[in-house]
Design a binder for this molecule. Structure first.
Ligand code: FES
Ligand code: FE2
Length: 328
C-alpha cells in the first residue's frame, strides 16, 4: 500500500449518525464522527475479538463494539469496558490518518505533509457534483478506461460521441513528470454525443491526466477556458473492486451551470454503467486465463506510463514527450 498519500474513500455525507465501513487495499476501516463532528477512522476490527466496529453504534462521538460493548474514542483509545469495575486498562483500536476536503473523506496509512489534492478546478468558482462508483476491475484498467478516448466511439456511442462514423485528424501531445502523465488532444470537431451537445460549445482541446495514486481527470477546454471537467479518485478497495470518488465540474455561467450540472450527473452515471459492464466482464475474462497478457495497441497512449506511475516509477513521457496523430 502506498504510504504518505491521501486516498478518497467516501463522500462526507455518507458518514453522519451511523458508522461506515470502507476497504483500503483490502484493509477494513470504520469511519465515524467524533465528539466535535470531525471525521475519525479506525481499523474496522475491535482489538478484543476482532468484531467489526462498523456493525456497532455511535454514542457521544465514540464507537461501541457490537460484541461486548467496548467503546473507542476517535483516536482509538478504549474508553469503556461494560461490566468492568476499577480503572480501565490501556487499550486501543488502531487509528488511521483521516481528513475531509470538498465533501469527501480522505484516508492515509502514513502521515502526508500536505492537504489532499482534490480536483483540477480547486479554488475556482465552479459548480461541482460528486459521485461514487464501484467496478470489478483493476486500478490501472479503470484509470485507463476513463482516459481512453478511443473506446468512446463504441462503448458510449450516441452519449459521448455521435451516431455517425466520421472521424477527425487529432493531434495528441503526451507529457509527464514525477507522478503524472497527460495527453492533450487538439483538432477534435464539435462533439456530436448527447452529453457534448447539451453541455459544451466549441471544443478547443481535451486533456486527460493521470496522477499518483489513482487520480484520473479529464478537462474539456473551450475558447474561454475549461467548460467541463471530471476528477476521479480511484482506489483498489479489495482484490477485485475499484472504488471511485469523483467530482464533476463546470463554470457557473450565471445560473445556467446549475441546470447543466443537474443534467450532467444522470448522463454521467449512464456512461459509468456502460464502462462498468465492459470492465467487469474483461476482469472476469482475465481471471479465467491468468497467464494471458493484454496487448498494448498503438492507440493506448497512456497505458504504460500509468502502469509505471502506479509502480512508483517515472513515466517515460517525463523524459521523452511525444506527439502522435490519430483519427478520433
Ligand atoms: S469483540 Fe469488541 S468488545 Fe469484544
Ligand atoms: Fe468510458
Amino acid at each position: 500500500m502506498t504510504q504518505d498519500v491521501w486516498q478518497a474513500v467516501a463522500l462526507s455525507r455518507a458518514v453522519r449518525q451511523t458508522p461506515k465501513r470502507v476497504l483500503l487495499d483490502g484493509v477494513p476501516v470504520v469511519l465515524f464522527r467524533g465528539r466535535d463532528g470531525a471525521i475519525a477512522a479506525l481499523h474496522d476490527r475491535c482489538p478484543h475479538r476482532f468484531a467489526s466496529l462498523s456493525e456497532g453504534r455511535c454514542l457521544d462521538g465514540e464507537i461501541q463494539c457490537p460484541y461486548h460493548g467496548w467503546r473507542f474514542a476517535s483516536d482509538g483509545r478504549c474508553t469503556a469496558i461494560p461490566g468492568h469495575v476499577g480503572p480501565l486498562p490501556t487499550l486501543r483500536a488502531q487509528a488511521l490518518t483521516v481528513t475531509e476536503a470538498e465533501g469527501a473523506i480522505f484516508l492515509s496509512t502514513g502521515t502526508p505533509q500536505a492537504a489532499p489534492y482534490v480536483h483540477c478546478l480547486t479554488g475556482q468558482d465552479v459548480i461541482t457534483r460528486r459521485v461514487t462508483s464501484a467496478t470489478r476491475s483493476t486500478l490501472i484498467d479503470t484509470a485507463e478506461n476513463i482516459l481512453d478516448a478511443t473506446h468512446t466511439h463504441f462503448t458510449h456511442r450516441g452519449l459521448l460521441r455521435g451516431l455517425g462514423t466520421k472521424r477527425y485528424a487529432v493531434d495528441v501531445a503526451i507529457t509527464g513528470g514525477p507522478g503524472w502523465v497527460e495527453a492533450t488532444y487538439t483538432g477534435e470537431d464539435r462533439q456530436q454525443g448527447l452529453i457534448s451537445k447539451l453541455l459544451e460549445g466549441a471544443r478547443v482541446r481535451t486533456v486527460g491526466r493521470y496522477r499518483h495514486p489513482g487520480i484520473a481527470e479529464l478537462e474539456y477546454w473551450g475558447p474561454n477556458g475549461i467548460v467541463l471537467a471530471t476528477t476521479f479518485h480511484l482506489r483498489q478497495a479489495d482484490a477485485e473492486t475499484v472504488e471511485g470518488v469523483g467530482w464533476l465540474m463546470g463554470p457557473k455561467q450565471a445560473g445556467l451551470g446549475y441546470l447543466k450540472a443537474l443534467a450532467f450527473k444522470p448522463m454521467f452515471r449512464l456512461a459509468l454503467d456502460q464502462d462498468r459492464r465492459v470492465l467487469s466482464r474483461a476482469f472476469d475474462n482475465a481471471r479465467l486465463l491468468p497467464t494471458a497478457r493484454p496487448v498494448i495497441g498503438p492507440l493506448d497512449i497512456l497505458r504504460e506510463d500509468i502502469a509505471r506511475i502506479a509502480a512508483g516509477e517515472m513515466p517515460k513521457a517525463a523524459q521523452t514527450p511525444r506527439r502522435v496523430q490519430i483519427a478520433l
